[in-house]
Write a protein that binds this ligand. Structure first.
Ligand code: AMP
Ligand code: MG
Length: 198
């Protein structure tokens, strides 16, 4: 497989390139893309086959759930049972490096959630990630793009060595700003629980 290298210098002026990557996602392909935390390996979160391909490409155990990425905080309600606490967290911290776990809606298959009835949702603030998810029109399931067991990747060049020839495209938006994974909060237990400090 030939992996396309899609270089983005200004996401607002590169609508064609973003649309191209979004089309790959919509048709079941995998695309590496930048977020404000680390590079992600993304596929259509509503497509069970795309999720299975993500696990295979990373060498990730299939019971380790994927985070789904949405274009705007309100979109979470299409994929998860949101509540008032979610709305407050979203207002304070989204878009940004916060992931929230809520009950899953059936449109998100079990192969995306690692077999769980809950789903992790995040709304990235990176302009390329935002533009890609919005253009795809589907939530994007994306773990960090590194191979399982290796450190997370903050540049497209690092990703290239691991995935070239095995995924459809790499969207290169330059180095990621934060370099640390998102904070994860579980809202499905009382009181809510911090699963990972970001
Ligand atoms: P990452 O490896 O950075 O993509 O983050 C994925 C991590 O988020 C998983 O390894 C879990 O620790 C956590 N996670 C994702 N979805 C869920 C979920 N539904 N329930 C609990 N933890 C989750
Ligand atoms: Mg990771």
């Amino acid at each position: 497989m030939q992996t396309e290298h899609i270089l983005i210098t200004d996401p607002t002026e590169q609508a064609t390139d973003i649309r191209r990557a979004a089309c790959i996602i919509r048709t079941g392909g995998l695309v590496v893309f930048p977020t404000e935390t680390v590079y992600g390996l993304g596929g259509d979160a509503t497509n069970a086959d795309a999720s299975r391909r993500i696990y295979a490409a990373k060498g990730r155990p299939s019971d380790n759930p994927l985070i789904i990425h949405v274009a705007s905080p309100q979109d979470a309600a299409m994929y998860a049972d949101t509540d008032a606490l979610y709305d407050r967290l979203a207002k304070a911290f989204m878009p940004g490096p916060l992931t929230v776990i809520m009950p899953r809606k059936p449109i998100i298959p079990l192969s995306t959630t690692g077999g769980l009835e809950t789903v992790a949702v995040r709304c990235p603030s990176h302009p390329v990630a935002h533009a890609l998810i919005a253009a795809a029109g589907v939530p994007i399931a994306a773990p960090s793009a590194n191979l399982s067991g290796k450190p997370s990747t903050t540049t497209a060049a690092h990703v290239y060595a691991d995935h070239a020839g095995r995924i459809e495209a790499i969207v290169d938006g330059g180095p990621c700003r934060v370099g640390v994974e998102s904070t994860i909060i579980d809202l499905t237990c009382t009181p809510p629980r911090l699963l990972r400090p970001g």
